[in-house]
Design a protein around this ligand. Sequence first.
Ligand code: ASP
Length: 348
Amino acid sequence: MKKILALLLTLIFLTAAASSCFAEASNRKKIVVLATGGTIAGVGEAGKTAGYKPGTLTAEQLLYAVPELEQVADIEAIQVCNVNSDDITAEIWLTLANTINEMAKAPDVAGFVITHGTDTMEETAYFLNLTVRTDKPVVLTGSMRPATSISADGPMNLYEAVCVAASDEAVGHGVLIVFSDRIYAARTMTKTSTYSVMAISAGEMGAIGVVRDGTVFLYETPSKRHTTEAEFDVTDLSTLPKVSILYFSVDADPELLRFAAEHADGLVIAGAGAGEFSEKWIEIIRELSIPVVISSRIDDGVITKDNLLCDNTVAANNLSPQKAAILLRLALTGDTSQEYLENLFLQY
Ligand code: ASP
């Protein structure tokens, strides 16, 4: 008898612990799902994981595959675009930021989930981290396997992303990414595998939380300026300044620098080691009159002012080249002075 009672109590406890993101109909929060495409909306040959077409299923179809979400939140779905994330543009970023900024004003909207391809998820996440003006959770998710593969990872990732967007704990943490049961901050999250379902990581900085059966555990909060504390106003922008990234390697053609500088408003260099490059590159970079930010092709590490080989350049701190390019693009909508840029790269 005692054993049966203990078993019953254990079952009741387990059910309660596993249902923490379930809400009574009257308490369900409103979450807006903004769908942009990617592998999570991909369709291919039944069972296979490669050779599919990303950005095929609609927002409604993605939600239909996760009926459990009805117990978590009241969802409004918006199809922003339906593309491979390599076709995301500044215009799509501005639509996302301005839509979120507008909808976040409604008191009944509690948070946002963006479904997105993993290739450029870190770029969209960081752009929104700098441009959305709300404390309400904004969560990106996607998948590595298309919806038609064996054991597709999209439905679970979407479920967990909505749980995080609806949780009180996620408020005020900046833009988050939920992937394979982990929660990442936009500034440090990066894609680290071309094929694995554990393709999203944050290098040495690590995840800032986990999701388990819908329960959200956040352990860290990002300290760099973001969302409500960021200074970039994109309300009236229809596009962004152009920044090109140049990747240094042995014998890399220095003429590419001149060409890129003629066609862009700013450059980011993915240098070797702590942002270094050859004498030939140094010579040309010193002559450039547009802003040049120095990042590294190495994933882990920081570049400081002391590492710089050319006085007219700005250190990217520990931002990857692709994230440094986003901060530079936003910066160039305003002040372009070297002092302003140096400050910015220390603060964001
Ligand atoms: N190429 C795809 C995309 O980024 C890859 C993915 O979603 O995992 O849209």
